[in-house]
Structures are given as structure tokens and as C-alpha cells.
Design a protein around this ligand. Sequence first.
Ligand code: PLP
Length: 477
Amino acid sequence: MSNGGNVRENDTLKPMDSKQLREYGHRMLDYLKDLLPDAAPEQPENFQHVLDDITKKIIPGLTHWQSPNFFGYYPGNSSIAGFLGEMICSGLNVIGLSWITSPASTELEVIVLDWLAKLLNLPDQFLSTGHGGGIIQGTASEAILVVLLAARDKILERIGRNSMDKLVVYSSDQVHSSLKKACQIAGIYNDNFRIIKTDASSGYGIDPLNLDQAVHVDIEAGLIPFFLCATVGTTSSASVDPLVKIGKITEENAMWFHVDAAYAGSACICPEYRHYLDGLEYVDSFCMNPHKWLLINFDCSTLWVKERSALVNSFGTNPDYLKNKMSQQKNVVDFNDWQIPLGRRFRSLKLWMVLRLYGADKLRGYIRNHINLAKQFEQLVRSDSRFEIVCPTLFSLVCFRFLPYNNDNDDDGYELNSQLLDAINSTGQLFFTHTIISDKYILRFAVGAVLTEERHIREAWKVIQNQATIISNNHIL
Ligand code: PLP
């Protein structure tokens, strides 16, 4: 929570010591506990009182992801069409246990995932008309877990369950942490998780030679490479792995190839960014999050697979109480066989409404506008010699840092940049976040809120410059 507890202005100019950190941390954790009763009411309460509490107690404790001055993490878009879709979904509250529990809910999902696949120009292997198809999962983390489990079961089916400890997973060091979590759940531990190091020379994408070498070393050691996750638009810096070159390696070695484009996938509805997905013909599964940057309210993570049977083999259960003629005759899609939970929300409604009420052309314009704004911000950073751009701005994320003006700390500006970020966010005028790449503390400015306009970018930059000046002056004095 930003500005949670009256941080004194001067405190923002130096890092917190551990006593202060404990004090502020406690105040933040106790924020709601002190404001609300410790048990639910016995009798119904007045609606106006509840609403007053939302305004006075809940909203001040939230981070405002829909603010035009929100530039943190990656965006989490909301839109009127998405909101209306959510409202209808909530009102109807159909629970899609299987096709027969609400046929239109499943069928709309199949249709709308084909629509989106066509907008992204995905290879035909991912369309429902062949052996593949798409499904809406809650998050990209769920999607990666589901495909990792399916890939694991597929290979173990072939080589035997007792080969589990020979299975090896590969990714770059820029992969999202959800892969590590998925590996832990799937029973693949650190010894069998190869993290290929990246650096600035390859734009923080995987070097295929390093990958190929790692795969061969493992094969020679009697291990079995079986899963690779590449990313288009990594979490830290929006870097892109070279899919075609990686695809040749996964094909040669019969590995499951997953592509995570949670953030940048949305940009690929524009033909000029689609080339980042070249190579998807090699891919077994592909995921992007319309709930990040395609105007769909959370949650909506779209996953396509080449072989839907791989998911059904891992997740199909067919209990007696769900048996019905349509499912038994395999005439219909039962999405509960493609995912972890049984019940599912009618999430395709909001995706369908956004696509219909805005249309592909407007959506492309929406994405392009954010990318243009990010480029403008990048130009502003470049025009001030106290800052540097750290990696290319491929989409709407700008990675930059304040250059150290002395070597007192000998930490290459780590403390300075972290101090600057705290000082800027403490103004309450904008919010953005950081990452660490190659041991450097990097400031991440992610454009993508629906309401952000050019003036917000200019004003944000002014605040950043002013705080940088205060910090440098303070140091000199
Ligand atoms: N993959 C990438 C590249 C991401 O940037 C993120 C989150 O920002 C995720 C996966 C995780 O997304 P989710 O919250 O949908 O699990």
C-alpha cells in the first residue's frame, strides 16, 4: 500500500533502517485490522454503512491499478465491455462443470478462443477444428502448471513412471517464477531444472547454442530433456526468446515446447509485432493473458494446445455423477478435463463482449497507442544524460536507471536507484516498480493503463526528474 503511514518527507531520501521497516510494516499489516470488527455481524447491516466502509476504509488501502498514473509490474486492464461481461457472468453465475451443465458457456469459449487465435494468426494446429484448441485458465501460472503436468505424464507414459527423476526442464534465467512453482508441484526439483543464463548481448533472450549444449550434456549424462518454456515478453525486461531456433532444438529432442507470452501476446494482434511469434509451428502450447493488456477484466488467461488429448489424458476423471450421453459419446468438449478445478466461470462472455464491442481494429489502435507512449517516455529518458536506457523497448515497457554519480557505495547504483524509486512512489503522483537484471537495479516503467495519455507520461517524467535532482542535491550537501 503506498503512503500507508505518513512517511516523513526526509525519510524518503535515505533508505529505511530495519527498525523503521518493522514499524512501517506493522502499521501496514494492522491497517484494516484496527478499522474493522474482528467477527462477522449477527444481523444484516445497512447497505449505506457498508458502502461508507468501502469508501473510507477499503479503497484507501488499495493500489489503483486503473489509475492513468499506474506504471507498475504489467498492466491489469479493465474496460466497460469487460466489466459488463463480468457483471452478466456474475449475475447468471452458471457453473460449467461439463458441457451439459451449460452448453452455451463451453461452446462460446471454443468459438471465442478460435477468434482470438485467428486474430493472433496462430498456426491452424491450435484451432478447435483440428486436434488442438484453446481454453481460458485463471492465470498464466495455472496454464504453465497444466501443460507441464501434461508433458510429464505424456513422456512417463512412454518411458515408464520410474524414470521420473531423469526428466529435465529448461528455460532462460528470465523466465517467470511460475515455472519454478509448476516444477515444484510436478515433482521436478532444482537438480533437474536447467536455467540458461542470458545477457545483454542477446537482448536477454536464450542463446540457442547454450541451450543445445545444455540439452546434449544432459542426454550424455543419461537424463531426459522433456520440457522447455520460452518467453515472448519476459517479466523483467520484455525480452523475447528466438522461437524458431529453439523450436528446432525441441523438435530434434522430442521435447514439449511451451511459449509464455502473458504480457506481450496482446501486442501480437498487430501485424507489425506478430513476427515475435514466428516459430509457433514448433510449439505444443501457447499462453497469453488478455487480462493484462487486452481490456479484459481479471481473470482471463488464454491457453492453446496442439494436442488436446494430452490434457485430457492427464486431467480427465469421468466420475459417475457427471456422466451423460453427450460426454460419453465424446461429442462435446468438457473443459474440466483440460484444467485443475472442476467448476468453471463463464469467462468467455467478457472476452466475446470485448472483441465484439471494440472490434479488432480498435484493439490494435489501443495497443499501438501504448507502445507509442512508451517510446515517448524512452525519448524523455534518453534526453537526460543522468539516466540510461538499459534494454531495447520492444513493446510498452521501458527499462532504465539513474546513473551513479559517485562510487561511494561501490554497488553500481543499486542503492541509489532503489532510493529514487521509493522517493518517486512516495509522492503518490505515480506508481512504478523495479527489477534486477545482471545484478543491476533497474527501474521498470510499464505503460498500459486504459486511461493513460501523453500528459500523464510527461508529468510522470517531471516527477522522476525532480526526485532525481533532490536526491543528487541532498547527496552533494
Ligand atoms: N508470465 C509472464 C511473462 C508474466 O509477466 C507474468 C506476470 O506478470 C506471468 C507469467 C504470471 O501471470 P499470472 O499472474 O497470470 O499467473
